[in-house]
Write a new protein. Structure first.
Length: 277
């Protein structure tokens, strides 16, 4: 009986200690200044730069489409606690909401950290070369917000640059061996990836519009002509439509998530998939 009570007390004590640790962690997070970013890949790279000096939160939840997302009132309240909002600049919700955020929350600094300006494809983060420049742009903005930790941020940026070089080598190891260098994708989000590694991207949907019957027939013929073996579809879109086309051209459907926090892993997954086709 005494042994049973002793074990119970030990377990209870450990639970209290655990709760205390969580409370301390939560308190630390609450005391950290907040940087808000529009999408998860930006959180991935921003956290590597700022370390534990800032808490980084993502505005568009995982699995939601940033082209059409509408933030909730609760999110707007959370955003009001942040002195900085980092965005790509040309995603659908960014175009719609950046001016509204400026008007509603004038104290927030909104920074467009895209390496590509003008009316360009907004999916700029799907390229290691672009992501390297995005990291540089984030570094510069963060340093204006917190000049006391520039040395730390600079050191972290150097590590990111080294990792980008390594990632580029790893991707080229696979893409250099790709035989069929044309792929099909539901939403055209890999434009920069394709350009960087000498690939050709064909897309089903264009500017949010499904293809007409005539356009779909032409697309299928083009896929057959180029012997397309892979159809990528982003996880936030319907797989069934892509599967119908894949069946017609005898290709494999692969679900990808370019909006994932695991940005590095997704870039490698895409390269490996194309190499294995």
């Amino acid at each position: 009986m005494k042994k049973h009570v002793y074990i119970l007390l030990m377990a209870y004590s450990l639970l209290i200690i655990g709760c205390g640790t969580d409370a301390k962690t939560n308190t630390k997070q609450e005391s950290q200044p907040i940087i808000t970013v529009s999408i998860e890949p930006l959180r991935y790279i921003t956290e590597q730069i700022v370390g534990d000096k800032f808490q980084v939160v993502t505005f568009v939840p995982e699995g939601k489409n940033p082209e059409s997302y509408d933030p909730s009132p609760k999110q707007m309240m959370k955003l009001s606690q942040s002195p900085l909002f980092l965005m790509i600049g040309d995603l659908g919700f960014e175009r719609m909401w950046s001016h509204k955020i400026s008007e509603m929350l004038p104290d927030i600094k909104i920074a467009n950290i895209s390496p590509v300006k003008g009316n360009a494809d907004p999916h700029v983060w799907t390229s290691p070369k672009n992501m390297r420049q995005i990291a540089q742009n984030i570094f510069q903005v963060v340093c204006t917000l917190d000049s006391t930790n520039i040395a730390l941020y600079s050191e972290n940026l150097g590590k990111i640059n080294e990792d980008m070089d390594q990632l580029d080598e790893e991707i080229r190891h696979f893409t250099d061996s790709i035989r069929q260098r044309t792929f099909l994708i539901y939403h055209p989000s890999l434009t920069y990836f394709a350009h960087e590694y000498g690939l050709t991207q064909l897309n089903i949907e264009n500017e949010g519009k499904e293809p007409s019957v005539k356009q779909l027939a032409a697309l299928i013929e083009k896929c057959k002509e180029h012997q397309v073996a892979t159809v990528f579809v982003q996880k936030e879109f319907d797989v069934q439509r892509s599967q119908l086309i894949a069946n017609e051209i005898n290709a494999k459907v692969v679900v990808i998530d370019p909006l994932s926090y695991d940005w590095r892993g997704e870039m490698l997954k895409i390269a490996k998939t194309l190499c294995a086709q």
